[in-house]
Design a protein around this ligand. Structure first.
Ligand code: LMR
Length: 334
């Protein structure tokens, strides 16, 4: 017979069992660590936050997305290694950072003046050429899910940058892309590869003289505080591939992956819809801050940039692959 004391003990045991079960259930969630190097208040940062929200909703809480911004977990190079090792599951590196992985085809996106607009770029990223490029990551244990925009880059330094001669001898920080190295060499500058997290300090201490980035990155890292001049050159594009560890992705239950695919598609539309506005706002904020003088290229000045940088396309054909360059140019011209 169950005495009152036995009942009380049973109730206690049940409560204990439930309280032990709760954290175990939390641990049973599928955790996606999404590491990135920029501020939360950028197109990529906001895209990652949107993915987190939608992924958790569309999988009914089966997935827990943890976003780590600002190189909190890993810097540029380490994050790719961490993804391959499975220490993180999702990243969105700039397309200029896939070379060290052995997939230098993505450096086609770095060619100077190759995309006249976001629309032209989308013909590549949302078409067959973009899909074929993502497929090249599979051999590396990586699945490419989407392209996210940031924007068109501006050049900055502590001296005015109106024509290529102004770059002579300047130490310019670049991402790891060989195309960006060739670009800076073509301008007469001295390129220096450096992790994004180190750029502000390098500019502040004079380790480098200048850099290139879209306004949103420049503003959210406060680079405008340590750069007296910037030129609105729009000479190149910076965007991202959202990538996952392929083994992890393929191993997900089908219904979970379907929810995540839906979340990624919507987060991609969102990120791409805010990118231009985020960059416009960042530029306006830097102009208002008044620490940097912004220069618009005249038509004559622009022509000198185009003439100096055009040879980079030919020079890099061997590295990127002439076929990839031709396919991108054909898509842009459609
Ligand atoms: C950079 O290193 O300049 C950028 O790739 C940072 C980023 O992820 O936007």
């Amino acid at each position: 017979m169950l005495t009152r004391r036995t009942l009380a003990a049973l109730a206690g045991a049940t409560a204990l069992a439930l309280s032990l079960a709760a954290p175990a259930m939390a641990q049973d969630k599928i955790v996606i660590k999404f590491s990135h190097v920029v501020a939360p208040d950028t197109p990529k940062g906001k895209g990652a936050a949107k993915f987190e929200e939608l992924a958790e909703a569309y999988t009914n809480g089966a997935v827990d997305v943890e976003v780590y911004p600002n190189s909190q977990l890993y810097k540029d190079k380490e994050e790719l290694e961490a993804l391959q090792l499975g220490a993180v599951q999702m990243l969105a590196p700039s397309l200029a950072k896939f070379g060290p992985l052995g997939v230098q085809d993505f450096e086609v996106f770095d060619l100077p003046f190759i995309f006249p607009s976001y629309d032209a770029l989308r013909k590549v990223t949302q078409g067959e050429v973009g899909k074929a490029l993502l497929a090249k990551l599979e051999d590396k244990g990586i699945a490419g899910l989407a392209y996210w925009d940031n924007g068109f880059k501006i050049m900055s330094a502590n001296s005015p940058l109106h024509v290529p001669d102004d770059f002579l001898g300047l130490k310019m920080r670049i991402q790891s892309s060989k195309v960006l190295e060739a670009e800076m060499n073509a301008l007469g500058a001295v390129p220096q590869v450096m992790a994004f997290s180190e750029v502000y300090q390098a500019l502040q201490t004079g380790v480098v003289d200048g850099t290139e980035n879209p306004p949103s990155n420049m503003y959210t890292q406060k680079m405008h505080e340590v750069q007296k001049h910037a030129t609105l050159s729009g000479h190149g594009y910076l965007g991202y591939a959202v990538i996952v560890n392929k083994q992890f992705w393929d191993g997900l239950p089908e219904d979970v992956r379907a929810g995540l695919d839906k979340a990624m598609a919507e987060a991609t539309d969102y990120a791409n819809s805010i990118a231009k506005e985020e960059n416009d706002k960042a530029l306006a904020a830097m102009q208002a801050a008044g620490t940097t003088e912004f220069h618009e290229l005249t038509d004559e000045e622009r022509a000198t940039w185009v003439a100096a940088l055009e040879p980079v396309h030919e020079e890099m054909a061997g590295r990127i692959g002439a076929e990839t360059i031709a396919a991108v140019k054909a898509a842009v011209a459609e």
